[in-house]
Design a protein around this ligand. Structure first.
Ligand code: HEC
Ligand code: HEC
Length: 507
């Protein structure tokens, strides 16, 4: 690996998620509001509506300030953060799409210039010219989405590019169009949400109600279209999304739930405060709607990002910067030889604290932290050394979606010894469910992904205890040997046969 590891102290994914979500939220906003402004301006001219024109002028000021200043700062922030956290994947993206980035940048410049002219030329230019500038703003903003969408979807579904490394195969990849359409509708819905907020500050009651209803329609229609296009989007990669929703990736499973919750809440609240009872649209309510939309946005982005796990670019490079085809060599020669930036001490002294820590840092700390969110200690508390060692050999089978451990056996032992500092004493289990959660639930689920019931229900409790549980690793090498002891095996066997019984009664 040609890059040093950036020690953040928190799970880096969380930092990327925060910076990226805010940036992408604001830039979607900027696109949708472009269309909102020109269409509403045209309406105002047609109806000769002075109040509406004055409203649009103020609306465009805050909007331009916000999207230009905040958009530019967070945009640079994304480059800064991903460049430090995922240097190899970022480098691959830059190399694959040199001209894509250049064109995106040109559209961005046009967008900013048109936006500034649009704001400063209200009442100074002829109406028709002013509208044309508004259209230039919107079209260039949307075209920058057209470009960036190719690169963002490429990371999730690189498609034919993996074979031919061709720009267009990577760009117009399988999720390109559903993503473009859903992002477009989302940006239009966000424009309506922003208009609800500025409407809530209008002092003339009649005018406030009128704008609120108008903006509410924007939100509802576009949100519904967004929902439909998400279904299309999800259809494009059915296996992974279905597995994820069935619990293959625990965090994604709960985020999919949040997408539904935020979506429904946003529709219901907006419908109530804009169409049914528009007088309710005051600043706190409009801010609530805005926060709900940020929640919906964050949850959908989170799901999309997590489907990519464990890859930075799907099937091409892992999040920790290792290319899958490098793994056999790393397993032979050791990860310490591959990682240029580990300390000399780690290479020569070879102890858990130096070697183990350095390997953990290089391979694992892209997702894990030592405390807080994704804190590795939380997952392995009470594990015995052998179980840890066996699990590390099967990281890519676990539900969390991790890259496989890369390195020699000796290196794996160093990581295990280092991690033993976080496990504490091997634990005693009080109930069979605890044994299941700790020893089986990290790969199986009950009733969903890799369902445990059909594979255990044919056996009696004593068969489970005597024949199945001690033999798991021989039945299928993906499973670690059971190392928690006789008593735990007994509790687990009882728990599993009760599970099959209750399942039987349900049928
Ligand atoms: C792509 C991100 C990623 C990388 C890289 C990663 N992990 Fe994980 N790890 C996860 C996730 C996600 C989970 C489980 C989350 C959950 O169950 O909610 C997890 C869980 C674990 C667990 C507990 C398993 C369980 O489910 O009980 C262990 C042990 C672990 N990781 C060790 C490692 C080690 C060691 C490395 C480096 C060799 C590593 N991880 C690299 C994302 C990652
Ligand atoms: C590291 C991941 C992992 C862990 C931990 C794990 N399993 Fe499995 N297990 C698998 C995989 C993978 C299969 C293959 C079938 C599948 O994909 O559904 C499997 C299959 C099985 C089978 C069917 C085997 C066969 O060949 O018919 C049984 C029985 C089973 N698991 C029981 C358990 C029990 C009980 C535990 C807890 C003590 C457990 N497993 C823990 C990954 C795991």
């Amino acid at each position: 690996m040609n890059f040093p590891v950036w020690d953040l102290g928190i799970a880096p994914g969380l930092l990327i998620a925060i910076v990226a979500t805010l940036h992408v939220f604001v830039s979607h906003f900027a696109i949708g509001t472009g269309l909102f402004l020109v269409l509403t301006e045209r309406k105002a001219y047609r109806d000769d509506d002075k109040d509406l024109l004055a409203f649009l002028k103020r609306h465009s000021l805050i909007f331009i300030l916000f999207s230009v200043v905040f958009g530019a700062i967070t945009g640079v922030g994304i480059w800064f953060v991903i460049g430090l956290i995922n240097p190899s994947a970022t480098s691959s993206l830059i190399h694959a799409f040199v001209f894509g980035w250049a064109i995106e940048w040109v559209f961005f410049i046009v967008e900013i210039i048109a936006g500034l002219i649009y704001y400063y030329s209200w009442e100074r230019l002829e109406r028709r010219t002013h509208l044309i500038i508004g259209w230039i703003y919107f079209v260039s903003a949307w075209l920058s989405l057209v470009v960036i969408n190719g690169i963002v979807t490429f990371m999730l579904t690189p498609g034919g590019w993996l074979e031919n490394q061709n720009f267009w195969s990577g760009f117009f990849n399988p999720t390109y169009f559903p993503s473009l359409v859903s992002r477009t509708f989302l940006s239009l819905a966000l424009a309506g949400i922003y208009a609800l907020l500025t409407a809530s500050f209008q002092e003339k009651r009649e005018f406030r109600l009128k704008i609120t209803r108008y903006a509410g329609k924007w939100v509802i229609i576009n949100l519904l279209l967004f929902g439909l296009s998400l279904l299309w989007y999800w259809k494009v990669f059915p296996d992974r999304i279905i597995e994820a929703a069935q619990g293959a990736i625990p965090i994604t499973q709960s985020m999919v739930g949040w997408v539904y919750i935020f979506f429904l809440a946003l529709i219901l609240v907006t419908l109530t405060v804009s169409i049914l009872l528009p007088r309710l649209n005051r600043a706190p309510v409009a801010i609530l709607v805005m926060l709900l939309s940020l929640g919906l946005f964050g949850a959908t982005e989170w799901v999309r990002e997590s489907l990519r796990k464990p890859y930075g670019i799907y099937n091409y490079i892992y999040i920790n910067g290792i290319f899958p085809d490098q793994i056999p060599e790393i397993n032979r020669n050791g990860v310490l030889l591959w990682a240029n930036w580990v300390s000399e001490e780690a290479k020569s002294v070879r102890s858990p604290d130096t070697t183990g820590y350095e390997i953990f840092r290089t391979e694992c700390m892209n997702c894990h932290s030592l405390s807080g969110y994704m804190n590795v200690g939380r997952y392995i508390e009470g594990w015995d050394q052998q179980y840890l060692y066996e699990t590390l050999g099967r990281l890519d089978v676990l539900r969390g979606r991790m890259p496989p451990f890369a390195g020699t056996d000796e290196e794996r032992y160093h990581v295990v010894s280092y991690l033993t500092g976080f496990t504490g004493e091997p634990r005693d289990y009080d109930t069979g469910k605890e044994v299941y959660d700790d020893r089986c639930g990290n790969c199986h689920t009950i009733g969903r992904y890799r369902d445990i019931i059909p594979v255990t229900s044919d056996f009696s409790q004593s068969e489970l205890k005597e024949e199945i549980i001690p033999m798991l690793h021989e039945m299928n090498e993906d499973m670690p040997p059971f190392t928690a002891g006789e008593e735990a095996a007994e509790k687990l066997a009882k728990y599993l046969s009760e599970l099959s019984d209750t399942e039987g009664q349900d049928e």
